[in-house]
Design a protein around this ligand. Structure first.
Ligand code: ATP
Length: 246
């Protein structure tokens, strides 16, 4: 039987009179790579913050890794990983120090930190860089390291908020290899992105427009549904009617 790890029902967030997230309902399965798309201001970050237990919803329900967002935010935080372009690693700590620091926060023992940290460094081919400051690494390396750190404690779900912003397509593809590996281990990936090539890599995609989910399906089914050749066209058809955004 399929295990549902994210389930929302009419989840909403208001700021005063403004409805940033408007009754979104969806489910995500264990190990699924779920793309969360939408134009600027559509409500993705606001929704993701509620799912991570960082912001209390105004109404509706959400269950994350079996815990509900109103009363069990702390349990949710312990069972997820999080990475964003804005909040990442400490630039003034070395690669090793960052791994130890974040692994400690995620509750790993010293022995686990050593074992898993070494495996991570080897997987990323960073053996010669462990004593270098993270600030001195190229952006693509930082992002791969940041992702690997976010899944070091093998969370049920990892939330990625525009994880590959600003890097070239080849590095993005390498980053996605890490995502596939995590998904194969049963970690659910919830990812926001503005890159439509990345949307194609997801198992399913939801597209938000003005706070609502306007479409949700696999990339191939969405293309059929919208009679579009590419995800870019699907996205454009939906987003061009948006009232919010730049
Ligand atoms: N704390 C807040 N108070 C008032 N309005 C807010 C607050 N946070 C977000 N908003 C508004 O809610 C809407 C959704 O914002 P949100 O950041 O969730 O969008 P987004 O889809 O993540 O956009 P982007 O891709 O630009 O990050 C925007 O119009 C934003 O101005």
């Amino acid at each position: 039987m399929k295990e549902i790890v994210i389930k929302t029902d009419r989840l909403s967030k208001r700021f005063g009179d403004f409805i940033a997230v408007n009754e979104i309902s969806f489910e995500v399965q264990k190990g699924e790579i779920f793309g969360f798309l939408g134009a600027n201001g559509a409500g993705k970050t606001t929704a993701m913050r509620m799912l991570c237990g960082l912001s209390i919803p105004s109404s509706g329900t959400a269950e994350i890794a079996g815990f509900e967002v109103y009363k069990q935010a702390e349990q949710i935080k312990r069972n997820i990983g999080y990475m964003s372009q804005k909040f990442s690693l400490y630039e003034d700590l070395t690669v090793s120090e960052n791994i130890s620091f974040f692994a400690g926060i995620y509750g790993l023992t010293n022995r686990e930190i050593k074992e898993k940290g070494e495996a991570l460094v080897e997987q990323l081919g960073l053996e010669k860089e462990t004593k270098k400051l993270v600030g001195s690494l190229p952006l693509g390396w930082k992002q791969k390291l940041s992702f690997s750190v976010a899944v070091l404690h093998e969370p049920k779900i990892v939330f990625l908020d525009e994880p590959t912003g600003g890097v070239d397509p080849v590095t993005r593809r390498q980053f996605w290899d890490l995502i596939y590996e995590a998904s194969a281990k049963g970690i659910t990936i919830f990812v926001t992105t503005h890159y439509m090539d990345e949307a194609e890599y997801c198992d399913r995609i939801s597209i938000m427009v003005d706070g609502r989910i306007a479409a949700l399906d696999s990339p191939s089914k969405l293309k059929t549904q919208f009679k579009a050749g590419t995800m870019d066209e699907v996205f454009y058809q939906l987003a061009r009617g948006a009232k919010r955004g730049d």
